[in-house]
Design a protein. Structure first.
Length: 278
């Protein structure tokens, strides 16, 4: 998916053009990030810090930001939010917040749990300051049976492995750190196609990218599309586009010919991003 951006007369307003229809009807405006936006797409974008307003037109999205942040910091998470929307298959007026709130509630973030209290303290005092220095952010979303579910915003995606190492060092009960979106059930992962793709990734693709610390995960399968995420050394890599088109897609389509398109949903904010271009 190729998402372009275009400047407007107002430096605080940027136009995002996903190359697909955004809204069938008249332009819709959403301004209050504190309230649940009755739109999956608008809600995803309003969840990005410092976004003040979202306007959905037929073929583009207008985003208004606050004065005290640059587009360099905001573009990656907004582009990721737009990509997530198209990956989800939601309609423009479906409620993303209700779905996410339910999923997050099921993660059981029990604030009375001493482990959760310790996690919060470590994140607030040691981890979040490092993330915000580069325009990112990290939020604790859940803790279940040794797995910590975090929300990584912007460039903070790069810190996932380091965060896991730190939390495991200070809290022995922690076994793994995961992106909280991975806890949301995806029906497409239970299909025969998804099982075959996962085997391809584990036996053919990941051994070849492991040499430079990379790893590629299957996120979802929707009809003829497969969605993958690049992690570790593959995230932000200048050769990520080549790896996707000439490596991952080719190997997947050899085994599962019904897959016509392989899309990357990685946040490559830490480096060159061949999928989200302005």
């Amino acid at each position: 998916m190729f998402i372009q951006t275009a400047e407007t007369e107002n430096p605080n307003i940027l136009k995002f053009l996903p190359g697909r229809e955004v809204n069938e009807g008249e332009k819709i405006v959403f301004e209050n990030a504190e309230k649940i936006a009755p739109s999956s797409l608008a809600a995803r974008i309003l969840h990005v810090p410092k976004v003040l307003k979202v306007e959905l037109d037929k073929e583009h999205v207008l985003v208004t930001k606050s004065d005290n942040i640059d587009w360099v910091q905001l573009k990656p998470p907004i582009l990721g939010a737009i990509m997530d929307y198209f990956v989800s298959g939601d309609s423009v007026t479906s409620s993303f917040d209700e779905k996410i709130s339910k999923d997050i509630e099921e993660l059981k973030l029990d604030k009375s749990d001493p482990i959760v209290a310790e996690l919060n303290e470590l994140i607030e005092t040691r981890i979040k300051p490092a993330a915000t220095q580069n325009g990112g952010n990290i939020k604790l979303r859940g803790y279940i049976d040794g797995v910590v579910y975090l929300e990584f915003v912007g460039s903070a995606f790069q810190l996932q492995k380091g965060v896991e190492n730190m939390l495991r060092h200070y809290i022995p009960e922690v076994q793994h750190v995961a992106d909280y979106r991975d806890a949301i059930p995806k029906v497409g992962l239970n299909t025969e196609e998804a099982i075959a793709i996962q085997e391809v990734l584990e036996t053919r693709v990941n051994p070849s990218v492991a040499g430079h610390g990379g790893h590629i995960s299957l996120i979802d399968v929707d009809g003829s599309r497969a969605y993958i995420r690049m992690e570790g050394g593959c995230q932000g890599c200048g050769m990520a586009n080549v790896t996707l088109k000439e490596g991952v897609a080719v190997e997947i389509q050899k085994v599962v010919p019904s897959i016509k398109e392989v899309l990357d949903v990685t946040d490559h904010a830490g480096g060159t991003n061949p999928y989200f271009q302005g």
